[in-house]
Design a protein around this ligand. Structure first.
Ligand SMILES: *[C@@H]1O[C@H](CO)[C@@H](O)[C@H](O)[C@H]1NC(C)=O
Ligand SMILES: *[C@@H]1O[C@H](CO)[C@@H](O)[C@H](O)[C@H]1NC(C)=O
Length: 309
């Protein structure tokens, strides 16, 4: 005969993904063991045969213990409560198992990622944009070498400022590996359209079997007559001045294999501010499409049709 019903609501918190939760439960449980009638203790035991695994994210978990010390309460009612508790505990364990599966998947993913990074080390010694030149006017011939130096200085400026808070000194390790690949040949590229350049670039990439393998092979820069007009008097010294934002200088950047359908407004290329070339590279390094970057161009930007990072 039991004499009293005591319902203990025990906040077990915070239960985080450590063994602590399990330990807390078993401590509480052993205290109960002194007071619980043997048959109820068995019921509790059965419920907790498998230890309660740690639960997710610090949210509170309430575990209900029933101690039957009185006959003022219907045993059947208590049985029913215990049964409900069992169901809840089972659901909790299922949720925790699902959570553990997720954690395992994360760990697997991270390991795979690390393995991929490890294998890729040293595979590409140099990095940098492929740059197509489609204008060969006298003006272009005179300024092209300076324009390349200017573009590289712009990339470096942003690369260095973005690198300031990196743990690894990637500026000293990785900047020296920057190399532009210049595609320059009046016979092939003089006045070539963007589509013609895409065909050439895509063929060049596919011939090496490196489609989609790396940022360098997913997009290229085009310096055509229009961009030349914004670049022709640019100097490296200008990149060091306070006023480096003005005037607007841009190139065209073109995606080799754009994934676009009839509903996309992205035409497969965009104008890119020379100082945003490193942002673009960095933002596309994770394999994202250029159209995602194109979507960042805002109507009310100072230069409404130019990507500024
Ligand atoms: C923890 O999980 C609960 C339930 O899924 C959720 O409502 C709560 O926002 C989460 N808390 C934190 C800090 O993530
Ligand atoms: C510019 O240089 C190219 C060779 O790179 C040459 O074919 C072309 O005639 C030059 N353009 C002018 C206007 O001199």
């Amino acid at each position: 005969m039991v004499h009293e019903l005591i319902v203990l609501l025990l906040p077990v918190q915070p239960i985080v993904a450590t063994a602590t939760g399990v330990e807390m439960v078993s401590v509480v449980y052993s205290d109960l063991a002194n007071e619980c009638p043997p048959d109820e203790l068995d019921a509790l035991s059965a419920m907790h045969k498998s230890p309660i695994p740690p639960i997710d994210n610090g949210s509170q978990l309430y575990i209900c213990y029933l101690m039957l010390l009185s006959d003022a309460v219907e045993r059947s009612q208590v049985r029913q409560l215990l049964a409900e508790l069992t169901v809840l505990n089972r659901r909790l364990r299922e949720a925790q198992n699902a959570y553990q599966d997720l954690v395992n998947s994360y760990q697997d993913l991270v390991e795979t990622l690390l393995a991929v990074i490890e294998t890729s080390k040293g595979r590409f010694h140099n990095w940098g944009y492929v740059i197509y030149r489609t204008t060969y006017s006298a003006e272009s011939n005179a300024s092209f070498p300076d324009i390349i130096r200017f573009i590289e200085a712009c990339i470096k400026k942003q690369f260095v400022s973005a690198g300031a808070d990196r743990p690894r000194n990637y500026v000293s390790e990785d900047w020296p590996k920057y190399r532009s690949t210049i595609m320059e040949d009046p016979a092939q590229f003089q006045g070539a359209s963007l589509d013609e350049i895409r065909t050439h670039f895509g063929t060049w990439v596919d011939a090496q079997g490196i489609r989609d393998k790396w940022t360098k092979f997913r997009m290229c820069i085009i310096i055509d007559e229009e961009s030349l007009q914004t670049l022709k008097d640019a100097t490296v010294a200008e990149t060091e001045t306070e006023n480096f934002h003005e005037p607007l200088r841009y190139v065209k950047v073109l995606e080799a294999f754009p994934d676009i359908d009839q509903y996309d407004i992205f035409p497969g290329w965009m104008k890119c501010w020379t100082y945003a070339l490193w942002s673009l590279w960095e933002n596309m390094q994770d394999g994202d499409d250029m159209k995602m970057q194109h979507a960042f161009i805002e109507e009310d930007d100072p230069w409404p049709d130019v990507y500024i990072g």
